[in-house]
Design a protein around this ligand. Sequence first.
Ligand code: GKR
Ligand code: MG
Length: 424
Amino acid sequence: MKISRVTVTPIAFKDGPLLNASGIHEPYALRSIIQVETDNGYLGLGESYGDAPALAILEKVKGELIGLDPFNLNGLRAIVRRVVAGMAPASSSGAELAPGSHASKAVSNAYSAFEVACLDVQARYLKVPLVDLLGGAVRKEVPFSAYLFFKYAQHIDSPYAPDTWGEALSEQQIVAQARRMIEENGFDSIKLKAGALDPEHEVACIKALKKAFPKAPLRIDPNGNWSLETAIRMAELLGDDLQYYEDPTPGLEGMAELHKRTGLPLATNMVVTDFDELRRSVALNSVQIVLADHHYWGGLRDTQQLARMCDVFGLGVSMHSNSHLGISLMAMSHVAAAVENLSYACDTHYPWQEADEEVIKGGKLPIRNGCVRITDAPGLGVDLDYDQLAKLHELYLSCGIRQRDDVGQMRKYKPDWKTVKPRF
Ligand code: GKR
Ligand code: MG
């Protein structure tokens, strides 16, 4: 079996005015949909970043894949390395919150995009669910958490009607957001994206969530936007309200000091983003939980290796997410299903995406009882809806966004908005 055609389709879909440490989401999020076809009629799917630098690499790699055996993943990695080495380093502006589009992640990011599609081909060819290629499912139901955001009611420049979530700035509004998200998806755990408003207010929102959902494990994630002093002060206010404290303060050293001073379990998707950082984190005891993300950790098999290393070093594992659609959700779910030591419900932005903006047949995937179910369908278990793909590609062409820029978007609301970090 040989790869005979590779297609990379950039798409855009609506994204809410969600606040974070950098600024605010733009009205559209970008992704790329990857199709790998073989000479004997198989098709594998992947989903990755849609920012211009990432797309440029995917475009360059795709032509080199013709003739490759989709089982030859070492060959795939060698091709990606060679292509990236021959390209000028991409700019990594705005990459902090989308680590996969950081220039240093060019190889692992592009490899991952095509690895998932090749694994999908392999599994379809063998007529097994993709998870079987990862050693088989240790769980068929993969748990996810309710991912809450502070948000405005509508975009300042929105070309479309406001979403149905409304404003979420106050404690009551955040509790209402959690209630709806839990009612619709059955989540058990709750994560609050923080680092956007006054830290005392964000902690008060955690307290309100604790009161409203006393049994739900809670996490707060300021994306490294709190100084060490602020993170310690907030830790004192939080007491034992949290399941884990996610990226409160920047840097491996800062996180190590915070853990030493508070004893709280710290999670990260910001200070441990590759194996070298993992090594340094273990030496410093910076974090106790690593949030993996196959999109920039080098694919599904490297994510398994990461989980294995976390086991060796006594660290917990869960999963990070950016705005994404169903192909990514299934890739995340298949690898999470194969990770024995998955210790916490994974993150996903999926509930924020609109019902009519999915590229897979059948529309949005269900999340029931907080879980995504792995079926016995071959591969990732999802097929492309080509009309939807064309629609979202049109949106990409017309939306005008080519690289995520939460800072620039916030400057439309607050012209003197700075990129200072930590802000609080
Ligand atoms: O989409 O605003 C966002 C998030 O802040 C996202 O970009 C982060 O990468 O969800 C992520 C996180 O856990 O840090
Ligand atoms: Mg995070």
